[in-house]
Design a protein around this ligand. Sequence first.
Ligand code: UDP
Ligand code: MG
Length: 336
Amino acid sequence: MPASRTTAQLPGRATRPLVSVVVPCFDEAAVIGETHRRLSAVLRGLPECEYEVVYVDDGSGDATWDRLTALAADDARVRLVRLTRNFGHQPAVLAGLREAAGDAVVTIDADLQDPPGLIADMVERWRAGWPVVSARRTGREGESRFKTGTAHVFYRLLAAVADHPVNLDTGDFRLLDREVVRTLSLLPETELYLRGSVCWAGFPETSLEYGRLPRLAGRTKYTLRKMAGLSRRGLLACSSAPARVPAVVGLAWLGGTATASAVLRRPLPLAAWTFGAEAVLLGLLGEYLLLVHREVRGRPPYVVRQRWAAGVPTPVELVPVEAAEHSKAWAAGSTL
Ligand code: UDP
Ligand code: MG
């Protein structure tokens, strides 16, 4: 386990650490007041911590924004971000991460499916030294069989084909240390699958288990289309396997064709060979696409966890900072 962290060791803060909670909201007027009440009760009880709650209105069409501004008028710990339109859950969470000022940042859904009480345990683990504390769903009381079943299969499929370790049954209810938030905020990619990015970043991680509760009110905002989009982005972001399917099929086909013609002692029709050859050529294109995808996505080749010199830790200048500065200068036409 990583070394435990005292308040004095927290970056830039000799006083009490600040815990931010980021809540993406899309048409959540029916629940948001109660969510704020329950979140605040938990956050007030955190020992020796300051807190803020950052609500991100993801283009709601109902009274969500009015409710949020009323909350912010009454509570100086509330900060709001309003997106111009509905960009989707993942962009809304990223907007909140970029806005949050906390030494630790918790992301949680607005509908109380994720129990706010777990935040206290997350903060405790963080203070014990864990930069990432995720929450694994052991049950999904409030969800349809279809959703539970497809999620179960998806996470296992993704884990089987991912290029780096990924978590099973883990959504976006988690705590991230400032260092991790900084790394994620600097990634220039726009096709977001944040739970995958957290695993890719590779900081030490521990997880808590919880049963997912039913929604307090309203209906799911994750339509089938949005769910399919998230799964597709997850698969393409975490795995090279889809692009390699044609090469594998083509090589297997060619191998089968060669074996069959050897066994039958006569050449097979040209069509049998051309199918395999075409698939292999598609696979070759797939390799170039993967290469282009990686370069365009602009992730740094590695992330530094810590630097150490003369027996003491030295501040980490994250590689993405350098990369981001470079691309900003590039965009501004500098001759860097
Ligand atoms: N959400 C969002 N933008 C969207 C869809 C959802 O900000 O386009 C928010 C939503 O308000 C909630 C969280 O993301 O706080 C999860 O959405 P939801 O509860 O509808 O998804 P489910 O739990 O059913 O998967
Ligand atoms: Mg929900």
